[in-house]
Design a protein around this ligand. Structure first.
Ligand SMILES: [Zn+2]
Length: 284
């Protein structure tokens, strides 16, 4: 285990424990969620980069692996709707161009964007996929400078140990005034206040950071990015509430009620969505 300084203010002494959580796949270990006085919330201490791999290698971690189940089919359908929504955001800035999907996972977004006439490279050091088109990069040092019109980080930034090195690299890889789109779980999500330590997006020890709108903007500003747009990813609320329930009758009833309440909360205030998607522009 290692203790990480705050990724925004670099402090190591101003953390307070706000939650104790289990790994949802193994109830043995307890992890601490800590909040820095600047507002940044992090898993601290955390597994080292070398030790974290085995925590990804568990049954049912990747929802795509369950494509034969009803849940898997619904997940794929929601993923398609989410892709269309993301493409709509991208098209406001560029009709086509050169993109880097950072933390591309199984490559499904790469394949989708390629189908829409983009040239897409992928940074993905851990997963191999037949869906990757373009170049697959597995070493930060191999990302070329000044190359991309668009970089996407969809639910990947919260997994990255070397955040400083990564964000500097991302900045240098983007062309002048180009676009970085980031999707993250939102620590201000309505359902989290009810689910508490059972909130699936805590996902210890894999999720290292728990952002909200304020902290993601603070972090990206530090690396020369300016916010231009924020939107909720509505379908993630369904996923989070369903995955946080224990799949018994009582909890399904409770989850359905929580889902309905969450939807009303999000309609009145976008900031309560389970996930948010932010569009940033590089300053210069
Ligand atoms: Zn801090």
């Amino acid at each position: 285990m290692e203790f990480s300084n705050c990724i925004i203010c670099d402090s190591k002494e101003s953390f307070n424990i706000i939650e104790q959580v289990n790994d949802r796949f193994s109830k043995k270990d307890i992890y601490l969620i800590q909040e820095c006085s600047c507002g940044m919330i992090m898993l601290n201490p955390r597994k080292t980069e070398e030790k974290i791999f085995k925590h990804y290698n568990v049954n049912n971690y990747h929802p795509n692996n369950r494509s034969s189940s009803m849940f898997g089919c619904l997940y794929k359908f929601a993923q398609r709707l989410n892709n269309e929504f993301k493409l709509k955001i991208i098209k406001k800035y560029f009709k086509t161009g050169k993109a880097l999907d950072f933390g591309g996972g199984d490559g499904q977004f790469n394949a989708f964007l390629t189908k829409h006439n983009w040239l897409v490279d992928t940074y993905e050091p851990y997963i191999k996929s037949r869906l990757f088109r373009g170049k697959v990069i597995n070493d930060l040092k191999k990302i070329e400078k000044n190359k991309y019109d668009l970089i996407t980080m969809f639910h990947s930034i919260e997994h990255i140990h070397k955040i400083d090195e990564t964000l500097k690299k991302i900045k240098s890889a983007l062309k002048k005034k180009c676009i970085l789109i980031i999707a993250i779980p939102n620590h201000n999500a309505y359902e989290r206040f009810f689910l508490k330590e059972k909130w699936v997006a805590y996902d210890a020890p894999r999720h290292l950071y728990h952002f909200n709108e304020k902290t993601i903007i603070m972090l990206l500003k530090k690396y020369g990015f300016q916010l231009i747009e924020k939107k909720p990813l509505l379908l993630d609320t369904f996923y989070n509430v369903i995955m946080s329930s224990q799949f018994n009758f009582k909890s399904v009833l409770k989850s359905t009620l929580l889902l309905i309440k969450s939807i009303f909360a999000i309609i009145s205030n976008n900031d309560r969505s389970s996930s948010l998607i932010f569009t940033f522009r590089k300053y210069d």
